[in-house]
Design a protein. Structure first.
Length: 415
């Protein structure tokens, strides 16, 4: 039985602070400017941690879009990055302490890319080139979409980039490839950071994922979440799982969430786990039978509010699993669900009903508003969407027509 993974595409989160003069949405005669829906595959969504009114979205083949008014108005942004015709911005990340931005540009033909750094968001310095930026192993449930990770204490900084393996640098000039230490090392192992401890920023948490040796059972060959205080050279496992999910509350550093999966009587179960001891112990909050949690998100306003992008396979239990690969048949497809929990994962509400998200418009990323727990944004395969009532109703985000790239070609899913 093969794990289905057709609904999550390597998607990458976008963020950048711009110093250009913001555009007005009205002309000189105060007549409204035409708006059009923001369409295309949303590669990433992110809020500026230094200014929570600023939101950013990267759109495949169209570039970067920015809102400076809590998501009410979106405009196209020219970042000044040296992007060639066969390249595209794939990810931008904020330094959590300093006012520094990093950008990852990918060659769409070769999958190679380069990391850039800027202090003023106008002038960019290339730090390093990397290969195979978006390699995916279909036998693994790798759901993290970030390829730039910054561990910063203010006094020291470690940059991590996932490209042909995990690479780390303390100065952005010299890089070291990091492998999972013995006894966890394996040529097929994927190691990458997923979170920084909020009490001690010198402690980072890594996900170690390896291909499954078999689908049923609990043998994950060392896969799980690990804690390290020396950039992955030595690690302590805090959670056995074949998911890279680790969420840390922004209001209570002791609270963490994770996801694991078990099989009971050949029923596939995803469990939502919670720790109130910074990962020292875990409790099962809730179980989802035949529903796979592909990505889990936490509200920065209330850590009891969770959102999950999931794949529902309940209607496939009695048919050959291989049939779900037939994407031409809606009857045989696993279905994507968007779920919300207001009690830390104990119970879930399906907010997919009435939403624009379905098997033709996959949800790729969720950005809960950093200021309002009722507001969330979802980046999908066909645009950016906003809900102001916790997922009950939705509207598609629009941008000023003059700022829309007219290239509406379908995005290559292999990218």
């Amino acid at each position: 039985m093969k794990k289905q993974n057709v609904y999550v595409y390597p998607a990458v989160f976008a963020a950048i602070i711009l110093t250009v003069v913001s555009m007005t949405v009205y002309s000189n005669d105060d007549s409204p400017v035409d708006f059009s829906p923001l369409t295309g595959l949303i590669l990433d969504l992110k809020a500026n941690p230094h200014n929570k009114n600023e939101l950013y979205a990267v759109v495949a083949r169209k570039g970067l879009y920015r809102s400076i008014d809590k998501g009410d108005t979106w405009i196209y942004c020219d970042t000044g990055l040296p992007v060639k015709d066969d390249e595209s911005i794939r990810e931008m990340a904020f330094d959590p302490v300093e006012n520094v931005t990093y950008a990852l540009i990918r060659n769409n033909s070769t999958s190679a890319g380069a990391l850039y750094k800027s202090y003023d968001f106008k002038n960019w310095v290339k730090l390093e080139e990397f290969n195979n930026l978006f390699y995916i192993n279909v036998f693994m449930q790798a759901t993290s979409q970030s390829h730039i990770f910054i561990q910063s204490t203010g006094q020291s900084k470690i940059l991590y980039v996932r490209g042909g393996g995990l690479h780390a640098s303390i100065n952005g000039r010299t890089w070291e490839k990091i492998d999972a230490p013995s006894p966890y090392y394996h040529s097929d192992a994927h190691l990458y950071p997923v979170a920084v401890d909020r009490v001690d920023p010198g402690i980072a948490y890594f996900a170690l994922l390896r291909p499954r040796t078999h689908f049923y059972g609990d043998n994950w060959d060392g896969s799980g979440i690990y804690k390290s205080s020396d950039q992955g050279k030595t690690m302590e496992k805090i959670l056995s799982s074949h998911s890279d999910t680790l969420l840390i509350s922004s209001s209570d550093a002791n609270v963490m969430y994770g996801v694991d999966e078990i099989f009971e009587n050949k029923i596939h179960i995803n469990r939502i786990l919670k720790s109130t001891s910074r990962g020292a112990s875990w409790e099962v909050q809730g179980k989802l039978e035949e529903i796979t949690v592909e990505r889990l998100f936490m509200s920065p306003v209330d850590h009891n509010i969770l959102y999950a992008i999931t794949v529902d396979r309940r209607h496939l239990q009695d048919i050959n699993y291989e049939l779900v690969e037939d994407r031409e048949s809606d009857d045989l497809q696993a279905k994507q669900l968007l779920l919300r929990s207001g009690n830390g994962g104990k119970t879930w509400q399906d907010i997919s009903s009435g939403s624009p998200f379905n098997n033709k418009n996959y949800a790729n990323s969720i950005l809960p508003d950093p200021l309002n727990q009722e507001v969330l944004y979802v980046g999908a395969s066909n645009g950016l969407f906003k809900s102001e009532d916790a997922g009950k109703t939705w509207k598609q985000v629009s941008v000023c027509r003059n700022n829309i790239d007219n290239n509406d070609d379908e995005y290559d899913e292999d990218e």
